[in-house]
Design a protein around this ligand. Structure first.
Ligand SMILES: C[S@@+](CC[C@H](N)C(=O)[O-])C[C@H]1O[C@@H](n2cnc3c(N)ncnc32)[C@H](O)[C@@H]1O
Length: 176
């Protein structure tokens, strides 16, 4: 009987690895950036750097598993929207949001960030590859008169108003 449980456990673990691998590969092929989550420490720094306060509206373009948004809602009281193209990753984000109990404050939209209707927000978070970063920056400039953008990793073309190193990653701030 014990062998049956062990076999089931092994199959389950294998399935988890296959799911993560397939999600990463399809994400890399089909989208403009693969799914790589931002850690809690960096997410927190991005929220602090963005000056988030209760009631602020936050948008994560390519929200992955909603790591940043969960911190923004739980610890800073923000109201959040995450846009995610990869259906498996979007499902994971919705599940994590529910498990974190912030479903009333975090909405996940399964859409392409280059075509989705961008909601009214105060702060945009992103962790994208350079090409996608520059492409979306143009959209953001056309759409928002006043905005704070916090980018994990890559630079925007706009003038940076500050940057910080956190655990080997650069967090950059832009404001217009
Ligand atoms: C590096 S991950 C960052 C995830 C999350 N923002 C974080 O920092 O934890 C980039 C995410 O963007 C998503 N993505 C890439 N291109 C996209 C697009 N055109 N529209 C929406 N999401 C996209 C990917 O599926 C991936 O989950």
């Amino acid at each position: 009987m014990d062998y049956v449980y062990i076999a089931l456990l092994v199959v389950l673990v294998l399935l988890m690895f296959v799911t993560v691998f397939v999600t990463f590969v399809t994400g890399t092929i089909l989208t403009s950036a693969p799914w790589v989550p931002t850690s809690k420490v960096i997410s927190r720094k991005m929220c602090e750097f963005g000056g988030l306060k209760k009631g602020d509206r936050v948008l994560d373009l390519g929200c992955g598993d909603a790591s940043i948004l969960i911190v923004a809602a739980q610890e800073f009281g923000a109201t959040c929207v995450g846009v995610e193209l990869n259906p498996m990753v979007a499902l994971m984000a919705r599940t994590r949001v529910r498990l974190a109990g912030v479903q009333d404050n975090v909405k996940i939209v399964r859409e392409n960030m280059f075509t989705v209707d961008l909601p009214d927000v105060d702060v945009v978070m992103m962790y994208l590859l350079p090409k996608a970063t520059h492409k979306i920056e143009k959209r953001l400039q056309d759409r928002y008169k006043h905005l704070t953008v916090i980018s994990h990793g890559f630079e925007l073309a706009s003038e940076e108003v500050g940057k910080e190193m956190v655990k080997g990653s650069t967090v950059r701030k832009y404001k217009w």
